[in-house]
Design a binder for this molecule. Sequence first.
Ligand SMILES: [Zn+2]
Length: 202
Amino acid sequence: MIPTVRKVACSLGLKYYFTGKPCKFGHVEKRITSSGVCVACSKWSTRKIRLIKEGKWETYQQATKERFHRTGQKEKIKDYKKSARQDPIKGPIIRAKERAYVRANPLKYLFAVARKRARKRGLDFTITIDDLSIPFHCPIFGVKIGPVGSKHAPSIDRINNSFGYVPGNVKVISRVANRWKSDLDKEHAKRFLIYFENGAYR
Ligand SMILES: [Zn+2]
């Protein structure tokens, strides 16, 4: 029987104890008595040290983004953030910070939103943030691109809608232009123009 308390394990001279609670990385595993570290974390750090020694760490980190190690924690962070956002005191502060971040980093925001949308809709997403740049004026309407959230906010257009977010198929245009582009097909746009010019729909 493995004790649930570290002190007990220590006094019995046992190598492990088991609390049944997840570690801070979300592993529900035995803990090592001498360090209090969970077995999965311990294995992981041994591996990490080896990778660093072999000079493979950076490649590895980039390839997997530590995903498997963080999976457990990711959900916890998500839950925490969700509850903090609903908190009457913390909520408004968090939202204000988020707004400030988005204003300061519109490109990062656009990129993240597009990636989320692509995942949801099963679209290809192979662009990097370097494939995007926010022009001063909307290439379609010529209006000055405004901040995120405004009428002429920047928005990522997929030039050819049958392709996903792939290099060469993305362009930042104004939100209004993007809305019009997705709502109107060529024929409807022509008819709209006729209506506009003649003041009568034919
Ligand atoms: Zn762990």
